[in-house]
Design a protein around this ligand. Structure first.
Ligand SMILES: [Zn+2]
Length: 274
């Protein structure tokens, strides 16, 4: 805990997974098939209430990928999801109603991060300006080639989304540059460009110490620690491969400078498999 900063409670869940070849993630040690769990976080803030970081898969992913060209997304990454695993159902099981979610932070607009968004119609949504600019304008092949499924975006999102100017987000290499979401130090946002357009991550101050929700800046903790990049074939659907490699390295430098900070990647298997 940083003196003077508010502390938030963090709970990590998963809502389904997709499968892909492990060698894509880790060309050195990747196993044959690998699960990409769609994890998301529930954050309890003492004054701001309940906040989500991403939303995982939801059944509407199937409808959103029923037609061409969007079907390609589901063919590339077959999705497995049980009804009780959605963010909506997991929160209900904890006794929370959907309208208790006041804020949703979106790391980026890939389908596995936003499919649950329509279940929380009262939440203010926070993302980067460039992420929203892209997600709100692309359709068809231009969308699916960037991992965006327009049918997952709530029709009224324009009225309740705030796109933070990308230049206002924290830079990993610049100390004290983070975007302080609530002005109390509890949630600080950083730009993590390269994977999806305008991707951001959040450093949370929790009672157990700082935690960096680093989204898809890397897919798995162990290869990232070892400095092993995914296969460059992924550049086909990444926003910017050069920026991805820079972010990947800068985050390793950040972790060396902040050894007390736990780094969490959305799809890293240790979050779910023990
Ligand atoms: Zn992604």
């Amino acid at each position: 805990m940083v003196p003077g900063y508010s502390s938030v409670k963090l709970h990590i869940f998963h809502s389904g997974y997709c499968v892909s070849h492990g060698r894509v993630v880790d060309p050195v040690q990747g196993q044959k098939r690998c699960r990409f769990y769609a994890t998301w976080a529930l954050i309890e803030h003492p004054e701001q209430g309940l906040i989500l970081f991403d939303t995982g898969y939801a059944p509407r992913f199937r409808e959103a990928t029923a037609r061409w060209p969007y079907k390609l997304y589901a063919l590339m990454t077959p999705v497995f999801l049980e009804a009780h695993e959605t963010a909506l159902e997991r929160l209900k099981a904890l006794g929370y109603a959907p309208d208790q979610i006041k804020t949703i932070i979106l790391s980026h607009f890939h389908g596995d991060h936003i499919a649950g968004l329509q279940d929380f119609p009262n939440a203010e949504v926070i993302c980067s300006a460039s992420a929203w600019a892209q997600a709100s304008s692309v359709k068809g092949w231009a969308a699916v080639s960037k991992g965006i499924l327009p049918d997952l975006i709530p029709a009224d999102l324009e009225q309740r989304i705030y796109g933070i100017p990308d230049s206002d987000l924290g830079q990993l290499k610049k100390a004290d540059s983070a975007y302080d979401l609530f002005g109390d130090g509890s949630i600080q946002l950083y730009a993590l460009p390269g994977h999806g357009r305008g991707q951001l991550g959040a450093v949370l101050q929790t009672p157990e110490g700082p935690v960096f929700l680093a989204a898809d800046a890397a897919w798995q903790l162990e290869p990232w620690r070892a400095g092993i990049l995914p296969r460059s074939i992924v550049r086909l659907f990444f926003d910017d491969w050069g920026a991805y490699k820079r972010t990947f390295g800068e985050l390793r430098d950040f972790a060396r400078l902040h050894p007390d900070c736990r780094i969490v990647f959305t799809h890293s298997p240790e979050l779910v498999e023990r």
